[in-house]
Design a protein around this ligand. Structure first.
Ligand code: IMP
Ligand code: MG
Length: 182
């Protein structure tokens, strides 16, 4: 399947180009999962926290490749900006009900753009006393230096607006199995 023939999913909505195709994404997810499996032990009681909504596809594929006992929970944060620009005003709409105390917490996020969402969220989560707190981001635009870089990054992303594999433009395109630019 090429993106040009992917009409069933996109309808008449156009994408500019496929940036990471489905095979490249799957291969990279397996590599990340292998590294994460190596980095923890069962005693760490790993809690994988998916930042909704953008991480849902990545998270689902990632956890199924991690060969460790783990729990999954979610965080919902909302940054109020325009559809394509982050405002930096991040609100946490759903805090994980799981206790983070003494556990290894791995926050999974779709894309680091300005990194503002991540910085604010990490501070909030750190306050809940996890034994460790790491980030696995599918994509990273490297737009500015961050106080804390994600430990795992799937792909360095071009500075374009990306959709697919969980990422949306006004809620469209989340279900594309590849990552494309608009
Ligand atoms: P940040 O706070 O600027 O790092 O980005 C916050 C959120 O904006 C990300 O978690 C995404 O949900 C969304 N976002 C940023 N860049 C893109 C993009 O290129 N495509 C789709 N969503 C994006
Ligand atoms: Mg989004």
């Amino acid at each position: 399947m090429t993106a040009e023939t992917d009409r069933e999913r996109r309808g008449t909505q156009a994408i500019r180009r496929v940036v990471f195709d489905a095979r490249a994404v799957q291969r990279r997810v397996r590599e990340l999962a292998a590294e994460i499996t190596e980095a923890y032990t069962p005693e760490d009681r790993l809690l994988v926290l998916g930042l909704l909504k953008g991480s849902f596809v990545f998270l689902a594929d990632l956890v199924r490749e991690i060969r460790l006992p783990l729990h999954v929970d979610f965080v919902v944060a909302s940054s109020y900006g325009t559809a394509t620009e982050s405002s930096g005003d991040v609100r946490i709409l759903y805090d994980p009900s799981s206790s983070l105390e003494g556990r290894a917490v791995l926050l999974v996020e779709d894309i680091v753009d300005t990194g503002l969402t991540l910085e604010r969220l990490l501070a909030r989560l750190e306050a809940r006393g996890p034994a460790s707190l790491e980030v696995c981001a599918l994509l990273h635009k490297h737009l500015r230096p961050m106080a804390r870089e994600p430990r795992w990054v799937g792909f360095d992303a071009p500075n374009e607006f990306l959709v697919g594999y969980g990422l949306d433009y006004a809620e469209d395109f989340r279900h594309l199995p590849y990552i494309a630019s608009l």
